[in-house]
Design a binder for this molecule. Structure first.
Ligand code: OFO
Length: 174
């Protein structure tokens, strides 16, 4: 049985994951318009992943007897100065998402709601992976540089990441 306070926080997280999904879909469209096909594939694939983070929470609230609820979802930013600016914003967003997950975990712990505490461990690992992934993208942008053919090579790297994510998604669950 979930407390009303935990249901409210889980619902806020549902909205935040939905916002993440919309944000990355929008960012993917920006890449597409800039001719960065790898970036578009990577970000739209990641938008799908964020949607699955949302539905995992949705299912948990529902099967625990709570009511999952969608609130108003803010309009995502659609203009970026550069691919670096875009991924700086992604990284900043993920750090914020991690802080919200940590607050949820702390609230579950304080309430001795160990079922929710246990459920949220998956999100802790996921946020660690996401921060590492986007940090590695920023590192690649820094090393390659955006001058000359830099953008082309950055886009190639993003395309590889999109392929790797799609392959991992297609792997059968053991
Ligand atoms: Fe849902 O992990 Fe990113 O935001």
């Amino acid at each position: 049985m979930l407390s009303a306070a935990i249901v409210e926080m889980l619902n806020e997280q549902i909205n935040l994951e939905f916002y993440s999904s919309n944000l990355y879909l929008q960012m993917g469209a920006w890449c597409d318009q800039e001719g960065l096909e790898g970036g578009a594939a990577f970000l739209s694939g990641h938008a799908e992943e964020e949607r699955s983070h949302m539905t995992r929470l949705w299912g948990y609230v529902s099967e625990s007897g709570g009511l999952p609820k969608l609130g108003a979802i803010a309009e995502p930013t659609s203009e970026f100065e550069s691919i670096k600016d875009l991924f700086d914003q992604v990284f900043e967003h993920e750090v914020y998402v991690t802080s919200r997950i940590n607050a949820l975990v702390q609230a579950a712990f304080d309430e001795k709601d160990m079922t929710t505490f246990n459920f949220l461990q998956w999100y802790i690992s996921e946020q660690h992976e996401e921060e590492a992934l986007f940090r590695s993208v920023l590192d690649k942008i820094k090393v390659i540089g955006m001058e000359g053919k830099g953008l082309y090579f950055i886009d190639q790297e993003l395309s590889k990441l999109a392929d790797q994510a799609a392959a991992a998604e297609a792997e059968p669950v053991a």
